[in-house]
Design a protein around this ligand. Structure first.
Ligand code: NAP
Ligand code: MG
Length: 503
């Protein structure tokens, strides 16, 4: 049994006899690790899920998925080629024509409800699998990803028999077969955002998970079998970018839903230009988190930390640009530095870990490259002196101060635990700086004044504006972008309508 007793740090105090300043918030207290023990029930090899069955890829090819926390291989994943994608679309079309597209909503609701319940039954197992494959801290997959995924299925099960109310004045009908591609930062949750509304509305699906995080999608396929979802309603084709391109460019789907980088989103849009396919694109972000001098500062500091260091900053809506009102800039920075010193970076399977592993080596290299550019451009960097595991992909939480709008770290999406701090003097300057980006996914405002919150949320060009909080999600609220962050909404009534034909 791991002991709960805290151990004193063995680091020597400063000569004066008082602890050195960095020890006050540093590693004064060390907790014994408390790894989760639930068995993630991993198979050594995962096949494709097509027409209700696990099937080997026609090419016979598999690729490895690894645990980014220690670089060890977890399983082999089937690599779907064009023929497999084609088989998946044929199954989805059959299911749409013969079962799912004709089934009354109240019957579809029962299946979606069952999927949510079965996922809840296996919540711990799925949380461990998500953490092993993706690197996020177990407390996040356990307390956020898995419960939120179940919540999305419950919410959409609730809609399926009430669709006559979703668009007042209209009747709604499903679109048909839908092709979907998702990224690696929230593998299960992104999957739920895609398939739950599609199924509630009566569509059938072919989905490609991200190459580095396919396990939980293929485990969810076991739940779809247990829920006795009719064959072909949901099909999973794992693989890399080429498989994604095959899913997006296939002639069968009448709608394409993509979540990922703006760069790949543009490639897909170019390839579909001139077709009649409906599209929704959930792309990158570079959110501004704006803190005014009348904000509750300690609460704001917690919100800033949650906004960028949550899930290693692998969050499209991460508050990666901090805009602080000049009179409180030094105070906020000092408090943030102290907070960073007590964040625990390391083994994602440890319940005490705040920042886990970076999802992959290429992503780690991308973060490193952008952080080097910040130093070269002249911004001031702070990183706490935490120890990182010797194996695996890790990056220290990082704050840059003295950042200007021309720095790459203020403009480009880093997708890592790196915060760029800028200052402002007036409300108008804050708005101008916040909107001075190609993206427009989310933003945060911290102030005591309701009128200022209303002004900011009207003026900020962002799909979501959080006030005095950050990174809060709910299946009932639509989420999506402005400008190069994409178009279309996921969640809420608006998200459902993106999967509907209005009659
Ligand atoms: P990505 O490189 O664009 O990949 C996203 C997905 O597209 C993956 O499944 C990827 O496959 C696949 N893909 C790659 N090339 C493709 C192509 N030519 N055609 C079709 N599919 C292709 O993005 P990422 O690095 O995985 O994810 C991070 C990005 O997602 C960030 O920009 C983030 O902001 C964005 N994101 C946005 C939202 C939102 O709601 N707006 C939510 C989450 C993430 P492989 O994995 O096999 O390469
Ligand atoms: Mg992996």
């Amino acid at each position: 049994m791991p002991s709960l007793a805290a151990k004193k740090s063995t680091r020597t105090p400063a000569r004066s006899g008082r602890p050195a300043p960095e020890l006050i918030f540093g590693d004064l207290w060390e907790f014994d690790p408390a790894p989760e023990t639930a068995d993630p029930k991993l198979k050594s090899r995962y096949d494709l899920f097509i027409d209700g069955q696990f099937v080997a890829p026609k090419s016979g090819r598999y690729f490895d998925t690894i645990n980014p926390a220690n670089e060890r291989k977890l399983a082999e994943i089937a690599l779907a080629g064009r023929d497999d994608v084609d088989a998946a679309y044929q199954a989805a079309q059959r299911a749409f024509d013969t079962t799912w597209g004709r089934m009354p909503g109240r019957e579809r609701a029962k299946y979606i409800f069952r999927i949510a319940r079965l996922l809840q039954d296996r919540a711990r197992e799925f949380a461990v699998a998500e953490t092993l494959d993706g690197g996020k801290p177990i407390k996040e997959s356990r307390d956020f990803d898995v419960p939120m995924t179940a919540a999305h299925f419950f919410y959409h099960a609730g809609w399926a028999d009430k669709l006559e109310y979703v668009a007042p004045g209209h009747r709604v009908a499903p679109l048909g077969v839908v092709g979907q591609v998702i990224p690696w930062n929230f593998p299960l949750l992104m999957l739920a955002w895609k398939i739950a509304p599609a199924l509630a509305m009566g569509n059938t699906v072919v989905l490609k998970p991200a190459e580095t995080t396919s396990i939980t999608a293929l485990k969810l396929a076991e739940i779809l079998q247990d829920a006795e979802l009719p064959p072909g309603v949901v099909n999973f084709v794992s693989g890399a970018g080429e498989t994604g391109a095959a899913v997006m460019s296939h002639p069968t789907p009448v709608k394409i839903a993509f979540t990922g980088s703006t760069e790949v989103g543009k490639i897909i849009m170019r390839s579909l230009a001139g077709t009649e396919k409906k599209m929704t694109m959930e792309l990158g972000g570079k959110a501004a988190n704006v803190v005014f001098d009348d904000a509750p500062i300690d609460q704001a500091v917690e919100g800033i930390v949650n906004g960028i260091f949550f899930n290693q900053g692998h969050v499209c809506c991460a508050g990666s640009r901090l805009l602080v009102h000049e009179p409180i800039a030094d105070l906020v920075l000092a408090k943030l530095k102290n907070r960073l010193k007590v964040l625990r970076v390391g083994d994602p399977m440890d319940k005490n870990t705040d920042i886990g592993a970076i999802n992959s080596k290429p992503q780690l290299q991308k973060i490193q490259e952008l952080v080097e550019s910040g130093v070269k451009d002249g911004a001031e960097m702070f990183q706490p002196a935490c120890r990182l595991p010797s194996k695996g992909y890790y990056f220290r939480p990082t704050i840059f101060s003295g950042v200007t709008m021309s720095h790459r770290i203020a403009r480009e999406e880093i997708f890592g635990p790196v915060l760029s701090m800028l200052t402002f003097r007036t409300v108008d300057e804050a708005i101008e700086k916040a909107n001075n980006t190609a993206y427009g996914l989310s933003a945060g405002v911290w102030t005591d004044k309701g009128s200022r919150i209303l002004k900011m949320s009207t003026e900020l060009k962002a799909g979501v504006v959080w006030a005095n909080t950050y990174n809060k999600f709910d299946p009932t609220s639509p989420f999506g972008g402005y400008k190069e962050s994409g178009f279309g909404r996921e969640g809420g009534r608006q998200g459902l309508l993106d999967y509907a034909k209005l009659i």
